[in-house]
Design a protein around this ligand. Structure first.
Ligand code: 9D3
Length: 250
Protein backbone atom coordinates (compact mmCIF):
# COMPACT_ATOMS: atom_id res chain seq x y z
CA UNK A 1 0.00 0.00 0.00
CA UNK A 2 1.14 3.49 -0.86
CA UNK A 3 0.17 6.49 1.27
CA UNK A 4 1.01 10.08 0.31
CA UNK A 5 0.92 12.27 3.40
CA UNK A 6 0.46 16.02 3.14
CA UNK A 7 1.82 17.55 6.35
CA UNK A 8 3.71 20.54 7.72
CA UNK A 9 5.37 18.16 10.22
CA UNK A 10 6.64 15.03 8.44
CA UNK A 11 9.11 14.36 11.29
CA UNK A 12 6.18 13.49 13.56
CA UNK A 13 5.64 10.33 11.51
CA UNK A 14 8.82 8.82 12.94
CA UNK A 15 6.44 7.67 15.71
CA UNK A 16 5.12 5.04 13.28
CA UNK A 17 8.01 4.71 10.81
CA UNK A 18 10.65 4.05 13.51
CA UNK A 19 8.85 2.05 16.20
CA UNK A 20 7.21 -1.32 16.59
CA UNK A 21 5.03 -3.28 14.21
CA UNK A 22 4.43 -0.31 11.91
CA UNK A 23 8.16 0.33 11.45
CA UNK A 24 8.67 -3.28 10.35
CA UNK A 25 5.91 -2.89 7.75
CA UNK A 26 7.50 0.33 6.48
CA UNK A 27 11.04 -1.06 6.40
CA UNK A 28 9.93 -4.24 4.60
CA UNK A 29 8.13 -2.18 1.94
CA UNK A 30 4.69 -3.53 2.84
CA UNK A 31 3.61 0.08 3.23
CA UNK A 32 5.24 3.03 1.50
CA UNK A 33 4.87 6.44 3.14
CA UNK A 34 5.72 9.58 1.15
CA UNK A 35 5.61 13.08 2.59
CA UNK A 36 4.56 16.29 0.89
CA UNK A 37 5.21 19.41 2.93
CA UNK A 38 3.27 22.49 1.80
CA UNK A 39 6.23 24.57 3.02
CA UNK A 40 8.31 23.06 0.20
CA UNK A 41 5.77 24.42 -2.30
CA UNK A 42 5.88 28.05 -1.12
CA UNK A 43 7.40 30.77 -3.30
CA UNK A 44 7.77 33.68 -0.86
CA UNK A 45 10.86 34.56 1.15
CA UNK A 46 9.30 33.53 4.47
CA UNK A 47 7.86 30.26 3.11
CA UNK A 48 4.42 31.16 4.48
CA UNK A 49 2.02 28.27 5.06
CA UNK A 50 -0.78 30.04 6.97
CA UNK A 51 -3.25 32.72 5.95
CA UNK A 52 -6.00 34.87 7.51
CA UNK A 53 -9.66 33.80 7.38
CA UNK A 54 -11.96 36.10 5.37
CA UNK A 55 -14.52 37.70 7.66
CA UNK A 56 -12.03 37.87 10.49
CA UNK A 57 -12.01 35.97 13.75
CA UNK A 58 -9.31 34.22 15.73
CA UNK A 59 -6.82 31.80 14.29
CA UNK A 60 -5.38 31.13 10.87
CA UNK A 61 -6.07 28.69 8.04
CA UNK A 62 -3.66 26.69 5.96
CA UNK A 63 -2.55 28.82 3.00
CA UNK A 64 -4.30 27.45 -0.06
CA UNK A 65 -1.70 27.56 -2.85
CA UNK A 66 1.10 25.55 -1.16
CA UNK A 67 -1.47 23.08 0.16
CA UNK A 68 -3.01 22.58 -3.30
CA UNK A 69 0.44 22.04 -4.84
CA UNK A 70 1.40 19.52 -2.16
CA UNK A 71 -1.83 17.54 -2.72
CA UNK A 72 -1.30 17.60 -6.51
CA UNK A 73 2.27 16.31 -6.06
CA UNK A 74 1.04 13.53 -3.74
CA UNK A 75 -1.64 12.43 -6.24
CA UNK A 76 0.80 12.59 -9.16
CA UNK A 77 3.40 10.43 -7.38
CA UNK A 78 0.85 7.79 -6.38
CA UNK A 79 -0.46 7.64 -9.99
CA UNK A 80 3.11 7.49 -11.40
CA UNK A 81 4.02 4.60 -9.15
CA UNK A 82 0.99 2.54 -10.19
CA UNK A 83 -1.16 3.29 -7.18
CA UNK A 84 -4.09 4.24 -9.44
CA UNK A 85 -6.61 6.94 -8.61
CA UNK A 86 -5.95 7.53 -4.93
CA UNK A 87 -8.79 8.87 -2.79
CA UNK A 88 -7.91 12.01 -0.85
CA UNK A 89 -8.67 11.69 2.85
CA UNK A 90 -8.82 14.73 5.11
CA UNK A 91 -8.36 14.04 8.83
CA UNK A 92 -10.72 16.51 10.45
CA UNK A 93 -12.89 17.01 13.54
CA UNK A 94 -15.89 17.19 11.16
CA UNK A 95 -15.16 13.74 9.72
CA UNK A 96 -16.89 10.40 10.14
CA UNK A 97 -15.70 8.64 13.27
CA UNK A 98 -13.09 5.97 12.52
CA UNK A 99 -13.92 2.47 13.77
CA UNK A 100 -12.50 -1.01 13.15
CA UNK A 101 -14.91 -1.64 10.24
CA UNK A 102 -13.83 1.59 8.55
CA UNK A 103 -10.17 0.61 8.97
CA UNK A 104 -10.82 -2.79 7.40
CA UNK A 105 -12.35 -1.11 4.35
CA UNK A 106 -9.59 1.48 4.04
CA UNK A 107 -6.96 -1.27 4.43
CA UNK A 108 -8.17 -2.95 1.21
CA UNK A 109 -7.08 -0.02 -0.96
CA UNK A 110 -3.86 0.12 -2.98
CA UNK A 111 -3.17 3.76 -2.22
CA UNK A 112 -4.47 6.95 -0.65
CA UNK A 113 -3.52 10.55 0.04
CA UNK A 114 -3.98 11.93 3.54
CA UNK A 115 -4.18 15.64 4.29
CA UNK A 116 -3.18 16.63 7.82
CA UNK A 117 -4.66 20.00 8.72
CA UNK A 118 -3.08 22.52 11.09
CA UNK A 119 -4.34 25.80 12.54
CA UNK A 120 -8.13 26.07 12.08
CA UNK A 121 -8.09 23.84 9.00
CA UNK A 122 -8.39 24.39 5.25
CA UNK A 123 -10.34 26.66 2.86
CA UNK A 124 -13.82 25.24 2.18
CA UNK A 125 -13.31 25.26 -1.60
CA UNK A 126 -10.21 23.12 -1.11
CA UNK A 127 -12.38 20.74 0.93
CA UNK A 128 -15.07 20.60 -1.76
CA UNK A 129 -12.75 20.23 -4.76
CA UNK A 130 -9.85 18.10 -3.46
CA UNK A 131 -11.17 16.00 -0.59
CA UNK A 132 -13.05 12.73 -1.19
CA UNK A 133 -13.53 11.61 2.43
CA UNK A 134 -13.31 13.22 5.89
CA UNK A 135 -12.40 11.04 8.88
CA UNK A 136 -12.15 11.87 12.59
CA UNK A 137 -10.80 10.18 15.73
CA UNK A 138 -13.91 11.24 17.66
CA UNK A 139 -15.48 14.14 19.45
CA UNK A 140 -12.50 15.68 21.20
CA UNK A 141 -10.04 18.31 20.03
CA UNK A 142 -6.44 17.67 19.05
CA UNK A 143 -4.12 20.23 17.50
CA UNK A 144 -3.81 18.88 13.98
CA UNK A 145 -4.33 15.93 11.66
CA UNK A 146 -0.96 14.23 12.08
CA UNK A 147 -1.70 12.21 15.21
CA UNK A 148 -5.03 11.13 13.67
CA UNK A 149 -3.30 10.11 10.42
CA UNK A 150 -0.71 8.12 12.38
CA UNK A 151 -3.40 6.31 14.38
CA UNK A 152 -5.24 5.47 11.17
CA UNK A 153 -2.11 4.33 9.31
CA UNK A 154 -0.98 2.20 12.27
CA UNK A 155 -4.37 0.49 12.34
CA UNK A 156 -4.44 0.02 8.53
CA UNK A 157 -0.98 -1.58 8.69
CA UNK A 158 -2.30 -4.20 11.11
CA UNK A 159 -4.56 -5.50 8.33
CA UNK A 160 -1.82 -5.79 5.70
CA UNK A 161 -1.07 -9.49 5.13
CA UNK A 162 2.24 -10.32 6.84
CA UNK A 163 2.39 -7.25 9.07
CA UNK A 164 1.60 -9.18 12.24
CA UNK A 165 3.08 -12.34 13.67
CA UNK A 166 0.47 -15.05 14.26
CA UNK A 167 0.64 -14.52 18.02
CA UNK A 168 -0.73 -11.03 17.34
CA UNK A 169 -3.38 -11.56 14.69
CA UNK A 170 -5.67 -8.69 13.75
CA UNK A 171 -8.45 -11.29 13.58
CA UNK A 172 -7.96 -12.02 17.28
CA UNK A 173 -8.10 -8.36 18.27
CA UNK A 174 -10.63 -6.93 20.62
CA UNK A 175 -13.51 -5.72 18.39
CA UNK A 176 -12.88 -8.45 15.79
CA UNK A 177 -15.95 -10.26 17.16
CA UNK A 178 -17.57 -7.06 18.43
CA UNK A 179 -16.72 -7.83 22.08
CA UNK A 180 -14.09 -6.64 24.52
CA UNK A 181 -11.30 -9.09 25.27
CA UNK A 182 -11.32 -11.19 28.43
CA UNK A 183 -8.90 -10.24 31.24
CA UNK A 184 -5.32 -11.51 30.84
CA UNK A 185 -2.77 -12.56 33.47
CA UNK A 186 0.97 -13.12 33.51
CA UNK A 187 3.45 -13.99 36.25
CA UNK A 188 3.55 -14.00 39.20
CA UNK A 189 0.78 -16.49 39.90
CA UNK A 190 0.04 -14.67 43.16
CA UNK A 191 0.23 -10.87 43.09
CA UNK A 192 -0.38 -8.87 46.28
CA UNK A 193 -2.62 -11.65 47.61
CA UNK A 194 -4.62 -12.00 44.36
CA UNK A 195 -4.29 -15.26 42.47
CA UNK A 196 -4.64 -15.91 38.76
CA UNK A 197 -8.06 -17.54 38.10
CA UNK A 198 -7.57 -21.28 38.64
CA UNK A 199 -9.18 -22.26 35.32
CA UNK A 200 -6.28 -20.61 33.42
CA UNK A 201 -3.85 -22.99 35.16
CA UNK A 202 -6.05 -26.07 34.67
CA UNK A 203 -4.85 -27.06 31.20
CA UNK A 204 -8.52 -27.71 30.28
CA UNK A 205 -8.71 -25.89 26.96
CA UNK A 206 -12.50 -26.16 26.62
CA UNK A 207 -13.02 -24.79 30.14
CA UNK A 208 -10.57 -21.95 29.37
CA UNK A 209 -12.38 -21.13 26.11
CA UNK A 210 -15.72 -20.96 27.92
CA UNK A 211 -14.32 -18.86 30.78
CA UNK A 212 -12.74 -16.40 28.37
CA UNK A 213 -15.91 -16.11 26.29
CA UNK A 214 -17.95 -15.51 29.45
CA UNK A 215 -15.50 -12.88 30.72
CA UNK A 216 -15.50 -11.26 27.30
CA UNK A 217 -19.30 -11.05 27.34
CA UNK A 218 -19.38 -9.90 30.96
CA UNK A 219 -16.72 -7.20 30.54
CA UNK A 220 -18.53 -5.90 27.44
CA UNK A 221 -21.83 -5.84 29.37
CA UNK A 222 -20.19 -3.92 32.24
CA UNK A 223 -17.94 -1.51 30.33
CA UNK A 224 -19.38 -1.15 26.81
CA UNK A 225 -23.05 -2.18 26.76
CA UNK A 226 -23.39 -0.23 23.48
CA UNK A 227 -21.28 -2.91 21.77
CA UNK A 228 -23.68 -5.66 22.89
CA UNK A 229 -26.60 -3.79 21.29
CA UNK A 230 -24.84 -4.00 17.94
CA UNK A 231 -24.38 -7.80 17.79
CA UNK A 232 -26.49 -10.96 17.84
CA UNK A 233 -25.46 -13.49 20.52
CA UNK A 234 -25.66 -17.22 19.85
CA UNK A 235 -27.24 -19.69 22.30
CA UNK A 236 -24.00 -20.43 24.18
CA UNK A 237 -23.14 -16.73 24.47
CA UNK A 238 -26.65 -15.87 25.76
CA UNK A 239 -26.35 -18.54 28.42
CA UNK A 240 -22.82 -17.56 29.49
CA UNK A 241 -23.82 -13.90 29.76
CA UNK A 242 -26.95 -14.74 31.80
CA UNK A 243 -24.80 -16.77 34.19
CA UNK A 244 -22.32 -13.85 34.45
CA UNK A 245 -25.13 -11.39 35.22
CA UNK A 246 -26.55 -13.71 37.91
CA UNK A 247 -23.21 -14.20 39.67
CA UNK A 248 -22.50 -10.47 39.30
CA UNK A 249 -25.67 -9.45 41.16
CA UNK A 250 -24.77 -11.79 44.05
C1 9D3 B 1 -12.26 27.13 16.86
C2 9D3 B 1 -12.74 25.81 16.39
N1 9D3 B 1 -11.64 24.83 16.41
C3 9D3 B 1 -11.50 24.27 17.75
C4 9D3 B 1 -12.73 23.60 18.31
C5 9D3 B 1 -11.92 23.83 15.40
C6 9D3 B 1 -10.77 22.92 15.20
C7 9D3 B 1 -9.90 23.13 14.15
C8 9D3 B 1 -8.83 22.28 13.96
C9 9D3 B 1 -10.56 21.85 16.04
C10 9D3 B 1 -9.49 21.00 15.83
C11 9D3 B 1 -8.62 21.21 14.81
C12 9D3 B 1 -7.48 20.29 14.60
N2 9D3 B 1 -7.92 18.88 14.66
C13 9D3 B 1 -7.71 18.03 13.68
O1 9D3 B 1 -7.09 18.37 12.71
C14 9D3 B 1 -8.25 16.69 13.77
C15 9D3 B 1 -9.06 16.05 14.76
C16 9D3 B 1 -9.57 16.49 16.02
O2 9D3 B 1 -9.35 17.60 16.51
N3 9D3 B 1 -10.32 15.61 16.75
C17 9D3 B 1 -10.60 14.35 16.33
N4 9D3 B 1 -10.16 13.89 15.17
C18 9D3 B 1 -9.39 14.74 14.41
S1 9D3 B 1 -8.76 14.36 12.93
C19 9D3 B 1 -8.02 15.82 12.72
Amino acid sequence: MQIGIVTLFPEMFSAISEYGISSRAVRSGLVKLDYYNPRDFTTDKHRTVDDKPFGGGPGMLMKTEPLLKAVAAAKATVAEQGGGDAKVIYLSPQGRKIDQQAVIELARRDSMVMICGRYQGIDNRMLEREVDEEWSLGDFVISGGEIAAMALIDSIIRFQPGALGDEDSAQQDSFANGLLHSPEYTRPQSFMGQDVPAVLLSGDHEAIRKWRLQQSLGMTWLKRPDLLEAIELDKEQEQLLEEFKRSHSN
